[in-house]
Design a protein around this ligand. Structure first.
Ligand SMILES: *[C@@H]1O[C@H](CO)[C@@H](O)[C@H](O)[C@H]1NC(C)=O
Ligand SMILES: *[C@@H]1O[C@H](CO)[C@@H](O)[C@H](O)[C@H]1NC(C)=O
Ligand SMILES: *[C@@H]1O[C@H](CO)[C@@H](O)[C@H](O)[C@H]1NC(C)=O
Ligand SMILES: *[C@@H]1O[C@H](CO)[C@@H](O)[C@H](O)[C@H]1NC(C)=O
Ligand SMILES: *[C@@H]1O[C@H](CO)[C@@H](O)[C@H](O)[C@H]1NC(C)=O
Ligand SMILES: *[C@@H]1O[C@H](CO)[C@@H](O)[C@H](O)[C@H]1NC(C)=O
Ligand SMILES: *[C@@H]1O[C@H](CO)[C@@H](O)[C@H](O)[C@H]1NC(C)=O
Ligand SMILES: *[C@@H]1O[C@H](CO)[C@@H](O)[C@H](O)[C@H]1NC(C)=O
Ligand SMILES: *[C@@H]1O[C@H](CO)[C@@H](O)[C@H](O)[C@H]1NC(C)=O
Ligand SMILES: *[C@@H]1O[C@H](CO)[C@@H](O)[C@H](O)[C@H]1NC(C)=O
Ligand SMILES: *[C@@H]1O[C@H](CO)[C@@H](O)[C@H](O)[C@H]1NC(C)=O
Ligand SMILES: *[C@@H]1O[C@H](CO)[C@@H](O)[C@H](O)[C@H]1NC(C)=O
Length: 338
């Protein structure tokens, strides 16, 4: 894991902490614990310690196991002495107790009772990020048709689960397969998806290549042309299968994350409960988001490429219109990697 990742998570934890705590309480996040937590998966708030000055003015620490144990500030006898101000201490402690339980587990459905639902997308369309959001929002792991070790190490525990076992919420797949009963079809403008995919192709989940490598580069052009076909093919297969589909535009998910997550959960016959909404809001980004500092000051696509892509987008929009779904969103040459 990259150092920056760890620090990012640490920052999240500290922001959370300071948002909840009065000056009477200090929250420490143990560096080791955060690393451990990242290695094994998810957030942060399970590795907090609360520190306070006891009656002897020595600083004591207590760990807060995921949710603050209410009794830390509720054994009222020494609250006064501990912080010098009962009302402040308990007031803040109350807020701490409201930290949600954001743990994630396998679903308890048996493999025969729940239909297999795909989370299907062309690569580079935000599939990993969407899984992160769905897991936080539902508390259930998502799975994958094919195993990716980086994702497993990054906390997607469902990654190693045999996809037909039925304990995961949705199954990531970049292809149409008839064995799925239904699918969430995640669609991102291909101009942006293919740029992201090329970054991924060169650097995997966490890296990025300099943008000049998109200029007059035959390798990039061949790569892009080859992949556009897959973009439209996957959509075509799903739509012509007549299976129940929920189309989610990646651009909408970015713009109004909570709303789109709610739609997805509804499609999965689940509701977003308020505690889980908090989990979502505390960690919208997830581990695999890489911001690109550079922006294009040239068009990475040649005129020929534009012709092909625009035609594909037109075809896609026709397909989407047939199932009463709005068309592909405008491109931004956005290079966020999720
Ligand atoms: C606790 O004690 C330490 C050292 O004695 C002091 O620096 C700190 O300000 C105290 N904290 C509170 C909340 O009184
Ligand atoms: C304060 O110090 C005394 C003497 O060292 C000790 O007996 C007592 O347990 C301490 N109190 C706390 C709350 O740590
Ligand atoms: C604890 O420290 C504060 C300020 O640092 C002081 O006012 C208070 O008297 C101290 N309490 C004890 C029990 O030593
Ligand atoms: C909270 O702390 C008390 C006392 O330390 C302990 O008995 C209880 O089991 C704890 N509750 C939880 C949920 O950890
Ligand atoms: C202590 O906990 C109880 C329930 O566990 C809660 O109702 C109360 O508001 C808490 N705070 C105080 C100061 O008692
Ligand atoms: C106790 O807390 C209240 C509310 O934060 C604050 O206004 C007040 O000054 C505090 N009292 C003492 C003695 O620190
Ligand atoms: C499934 O059941 C186990 C044991 O009862 C429980 O710990 C786990 O949280 C459940 N998973 C979900 C997603 O509800
Ligand atoms: C369902 O689960 C059982 C036990 O885990 C397994 O033997 C069986 O092959 C599974 N069925 C399918 C269709 O995956
Ligand atoms: C972004 O979402 C808001 C609602 O949160 C909506 O009003 C707005 O039209 C959306 N913008 C775009 C470009 O979709
Ligand atoms: C959700 O409910 C609908 C209607 O009952 C059903 O057809 C569908 O298979 C369910 N989906 C899941 C994932 O349970
Ligand atoms: C198409 O979608 C719109 C808006 O979502 C809805 O009002 C309308 O009833 C749908 N039409 C059909 C034929 O499903
Ligand atoms: C998308 O692009 C079309 C054509 O270039 C333009 O008319 C439209 O306003 C754009 N929509 C948004 C939301 O930017």
């Amino acid at each position: 894991m990259e150092q920056t990742l760890i620090w990012k998570r640490l920052t999240v934890a500290l922001i959370l902490a300071t948002a909840c705590l009065s000056t009477c309480f200090y929250v420490y996040v143990s560096y080791d614990e955060v690393i451990l937590k990242i290695a094994s998966g998810r957030l942060v708030i399970s590795s907090l310690e609360c520190a306070y000055n006891n009656t002897n003015n020595t600083t004591e620490k207590k760990s807060l196991n995921n949710r603050l144990n209410r009794s830390i500030c509720n054994d009222t006898a020494d609250v006064d002495n501990r912080v010098g101000n009962t009302s402040v201490a308990c007031d803040r402690a109350e807020k701490l107790t409201e930290l949600p339980d954001c743990s994630i587990a396998f679903g308890n459905w048996s493999n025969t009772t729940r239909p297999l639902v795909a989370l299907s997308s062309f690569p580079g369309s935000g599939n990993t990020w969407t899984r992160h959001l769905l897991e936080l929002a539902s508390g259930v792991y998502t799975g994958a048709y094919s195993y990716d070790n980086d994702l497993y190490l990054g906390g997607f525990t469902g990654e190693t689960e045999y996809y037909k076992r039925g304990r995961t919420l949705v199954i990531k797949d970049h292809r149409f397969r008839d064995e799925y009963k239904s699918a969430i079809l995640l669609i991102r403008n291909p101009y942006d998806a293919v740029i992201t995919l090329y970054h991924y192709h060169k650097m995997k989940h966490t890296g990025k290549i300099p943008l000049r490598e998109f200029r007059n580069n035959a390798e990039w052009e061949d790569f892009a042309m080859e992949h556009f076909k897959k973009w439209i093919n996957m959509m075509y297969e799903w739509i012509s299968s007549n299976k129940p589909l929920l189309v989610v535009h990646y651009e909408d998910l970015k713009n109004d994350t909570v709303h789109e997550v709610k739609r997805m959960l509804e499609f999965l016959n689940t509701t977003l409960v308020s505690e889980r909404l908090q989990c979502l809001e505390m960690d919208i980004e997830g581990n695999f988001h890489r911001h690109k500092e550079e922006t294009f000051d040239f068009d990475p696509y040649t005129a020929d490429m534009h012709t092909v892509i625009d035609e594909n987008i037109r075809l896609a929009n026709k397909l989407l219109t047939n199932i009463n779904v709005t068309g592909v969103r405008n491109h931004t040459y956005d290079q966020d990697l999720y």
